[in-house]
Design a protein around this ligand. Structure first.
Ligand code: DLL
Length: 430
């Protein structure tokens, strides 16, 4: 299903011409109206007039998270405050949050962008949609909310938390679409089962995003809630949700490429990589009025393909991210991504899909512990069974990571459940 078929299936030569025109406008306006971009461009010796083709984009300097921090709260805005109609902020764990402002037109573009993604997986005006993202400064809930409204779905703006009530309303209201993080969806499935309500739910579709989720974890969520789970991606700095999302074929996340220009770079050299190579995603907002962001280094690792999808969309597709450059743990010289550990744990039958990863330093030696929750706590009473299971997980992790890790099996229900983005990695060396 399409929300804006002409835009979503535009021939690539037309799309690229549009991108260039929009890119030139954004660069010119930012140079004229933002001291930050003026300084950046001048220091790099780049003049807006030098952007003659998309091949010249690589000469424009990057924007990074620190630029948002350094310009807190409003110095990244390029329009007067009276044109700003909404403020959001990211949930950074330390220091000041990153602030995002929207004009009225930005809000309209935003809900269009999200509406495209949720229509692409079959959300319609017949749906009853339960928004279990936290409402507030976080962009997830309101981002999805206004798009669902545009499509005409009936929205239940319950926010995150009160999980038993979530299940009760799902059952009583006949919710068909669940909107949440994948980790919260997993917990909702667990609570529904405990309440004996799993069989009474009418859910058919999950619109999940805001955090990574392996294919293995996704199958567990689908099984527990009896849904088709889809993934959409975005970040506050460039808008919120609405940057890219899967269609019903689930073969990569379609970029809204007429609004966001994606590139993949080598995170170390900053060089642009050819199509298909994995690296750090860089995004330029092509239409954002309040706060254009030029060549933003997202730190998310993925790759792009420009091949037309079976659904007819022509816009670039990105792979599900394998992690963030700043998520990667370096343990005794080996690079470890939490998603590698998740994919191993999800294939072990005797353990639940709840885990924690703890990195520590003992003397000069880095250690990695993976704490996994048992499905059946009685295993803890049998030393032989416990050792066998621990050995199996240790062995499979060694095969995937090339590293020896400590595996701890813990009682059912002892690992904290997540209501939003799950925190599973604890790097105590920092
Ligand atoms: O998480 C925006 C969003 C809300 C996207 C709801 C989708 C649905 P932030 O809080 O600024 O914004 O976090 C952005 O979250 O750089 C990624 O590392 C991660 N992320 C977002 N979506 C996905 C996804 C929102 N689908 C950061 N898969 C990004 C993996 C994701 N990681």
């Amino acid at each position: 299903m399409f929300f804006d078929k002409n835009a979503e299936t535009m021939p690539r030569n037309e799309l690229e011409a549009l991108q260039l025109e929009r890119f030139r406008t954004v660069v010119q306006k930012s140079y004229e109206n933002s001291p930050l971009y003026q300084k950046k461009f001048d220091e790099a010796g780049f003049k807006p007039a030098q952007l003659k083709s998309l091949a010249d984009v690589k000469n424009i300097p990057f924007t990074v998270k620190e630029d948002f921090r350094d310009n807190y709260p409003f110095n990244m805005f390029v329009v007067p405050m009276k044109r700003i109609v909404r403020l959001h902020a990211s949930s950074g764990t330390t220091g000041k949050p990153t602030v995002v402002g929207y004009t009225r037109q930005d809000l309209n573009t935003w809900s269009d962008c999200v509406a495209r993604l949720i229509a692409a997986v079959g959300t319609t005006d017949e749906d009853i949609a339960q928004v279990a993202f936290g409402y507030g400064l976080f962009t997830g809930a309101l981002g999805l909310h206004y798009a669902l409204e545009k499509i005409g779905a009936a929205i239940i703006p319950i926010s995150s938390g009160q999980t038993e009530k979530q299940v009760m309303l799902m059952k009583d209201f006949g919710t068909t679409v669940l909107i949440s993080t994948p980790s919260y969806a997993l917990h909702i499935g667990e609570v529904a089962k405990e309440m004996g309500a799993s069989g009474d739910l009418k859910l058919r579709l999950g619109l999940f995003g805001s955090e990574g989720c392996t294919a293995e974890m996704r199958s567990q969520i689908e099984k527990s809630l009896n849904i088709f789970a889809t993934d959409n991606y975005g970040m506050s700095e460039v808008m919120g949700p609405g940057v890219s999302g899967e269609c019903e074929h689930r073969c990569g996340l379609h970029f809204n490429e007429d609004h966001f220009y994606p590139e993949i770079i080598d995170p170390l050299s900053g060089e642009v990589l050819p199509e298909g190579e994995k690296g750090e995603l860089v995004i330029t907002t092509l239409t954002k009025e309040a706060q254009p962001v030029i060549r933003y280094r997202t730190r998310d690792i993925t790759r792009l393909t420009y091949e037309k999808c079976a659904c007819g969309r022509t816009h670039a597709r990105m792979d599900k991210t394998t992690g963030r450059t700043d998520d990667m743990l370096k343990i005794r010289g080996v690079n470890v991504f939490p998603s590698q550990i998740e994919s191993v744990i999800m294939t072990i039958e005797q353990v639940a899909p709840y885990y924690e990863i703890v990195a520590e330093r003992e003397g000069n030696h880095d250690t990695l512990e993976v704490r996994v929750e048992l499905i059946d706590g009685s295993v803890l009473d049998s030393y032989a069974l416990l050792e066998k299971l621990r050995d199996k997980i240790r062995h499979e992790l060694r095969v995937v990571l090339g590293l020896d890790v400590k595996v701890s099996l813990v009682e059912p229900r002892t690992i904290e459940r997540s209501l939003g983005k799950a925190k599973r990695v604890f790097d105590k060396r920092k």
